[in-house]
Write a protein that binds this ligand. Structure first.
Ligand SMILES: NC(=O)c1ccc[n+]([C@@H]2O[C@H](COP(=O)([O-])OP(=O)(O)OC[C@H]3O[C@@H](n4cnc5c(N)ncnc54)[C@H](O)[C@@H]3O)[C@@H](O)[C@H]2O)c1
Length: 361
């Protein structure tokens, strides 16, 4: 059985298991549940129903009673009405503190499943089985759970670290190319903030970087998980170091908002990465060659690196909303070089304008 375990430290530490055939051929999920989960609620979107049933069969064969709980596709799952419907299912099935939740699906599904686990009886164990690349390298690792409200994304949630995460590369085989590319934006981000080997692997063979059957994507997932694990082990509650994981997200989130959440998260982050690199360059902190490297690596895996002109005031307003959650000034994670992330607070408006101009050139 070819799998690797990456430890996430901290008070509530857990393993992220990476490999192939982990859901169909092994009891990895059951192993991570350990002695908990006599009853298990397997929360999944419609598109993952067959895999969820297969996992349910395996957990059932191990003597657990399984509730398959289907939630809406994607972002529509991250709603309080959906959480309430799942709480009702758990209540009807008499779920107690010794029972557990498994979230199997993309980041939206694991955010919802994690939130349900964090709130049911003030907390029951959860194991995540992410089925998108973005879920594997980002959403399912780190203990952030949550739902959206009409006022905005991820405004309601809880820190609730999972008991474990199972990254089964086989599950990426059915993932549309755009979703895979969306996840690669977070992988490229990791390459620039912490692990330049990631950039070398993608430069060497961009096609292999997007191939779930090959060793390159597996290594990229392991490297990205290792970086996130190290950061969240140090700063679970996002009070300091964890902010470097937001590289490219200040403008990225603004683009998502301005585009009415029609853009995939990773596509918006990709443009946000180029903007942050241009901003650091305008501020005299990053060289031109590294800025261009952002474009070449992101474009090589099919990600956008430009944004139309004439939208600056909308973007600024959207970043302002983000600003509310970060005090009174605009804050950007920027680089002083590859692997050297830092902060840029209250940037000179001339730098912002110059960066936007180059982004929309
Ligand atoms: N908790 C965190 O720390 C964190 C971090 C980053 C992002 N997120 C959240 O993650 C979400 C984005 O996650 P995502 O990009 O995985 O999107 P998603 O969960 O919306 O999944 C995208 C679509 O792909 C489908 N899908 C999932 N796996 C599939 C597969 N194997 N084959 C075919 N289709 C599949 C889904 O059902 C969905 O329709 C956002 O809600 C974002 O806020 C959370």
């Amino acid at each position: 059985m070819d799998l690797s375990r990456i430890r996430v430290g901290g008070d509530e530490g857990y393993d992220v298991v990476v490999g192939t055939g982990l859901v169909e051929d092994t009891d990895t999920v059951a192993g991570l549940l350990g002695d908990r989960g006599t009853r298990v609620a397997v929360i999944h979107p419609p598109r993952i129903a067959e895999t969820a049933r297969e996992l349910g069969r395996r957990l059932g064969a191990g003597g657990r009673s399984v509730e398959l709980v289907q939630v809406p596709e994607g972002e529509a799952a991250k709603d309080v009405s959906v959480a309430a419907a799942v709480w009702a299912r758990l209540g009807q099935a008499g779920f107690t503190r010794t029972d557990a939740v498994v979230g199997i699906g993309g980041g939206a599904t694991t955010d919802l499943a994690g939130f349900v686990a964090a709130t049911w009886l003030r907390g029951v164990p959860v194991v995540h089985v992410p089925t998108t690349l973005l879920g594997m390298v980002d959403a399912a690792v780190g203990g952030k759970t949550g739902i959206n409200t009409s006022e905005g994304k991820n405004l309601v949630g809880a820190f609730h670290p999972p008991r474990g995460v199972v990254c089964d590369l086989d599950l990426l085989r059915g993932l549309p190319a755009e979703e895979l590319a969306s996840g690669l934006a977070e992988v490229v981000k990791v390459g620039f903030i912490a692990d330049p080997r990631v950039l070398e692997l993608i430069d060497a063979d961009p096609g292999a970087a997007a191939d779930p059957r090959g060793p390159v994507l597996r290594e990229l997932v392991e490297r990205a998980v290792r970086v996130k694990a190290a950061v969240v082990s140090e700063d679970l509650r996002d009070t300091g170091r964890r902010e470097i994981l937001n590289y490219g997200h200040t403008l990225g989130h603004a683009i998502e908002r301005v585009e009415g959440y029609t853009w995939r998260h990773g596509f918006a982050v990709s443009v946000g990465l180029v903007f942050a690199a241009e901003l650091a360059h305008a501020a005299g902190r990053l060289d031109e060659a590294t800025v261009q490297r952002h474009r070449s690596v992101l474009e090589s895996v099919g990600l956008p690196t430009r944004y139309p002109g004439g939208r600056w005031s909308d973007l600024l307003a959207a970043m302002g909303v983000d600003k509310k959650s970060r005090g009174r000034v605009l804050r950007f994670v920027v680089l002083d070089g590859v692997g050297r992330p830092g902060l840029l607070e209250d940037p000179d408006p001339a730098w912002l304008a110059a960066a936007y101009e180059r982004l929309s050139a």
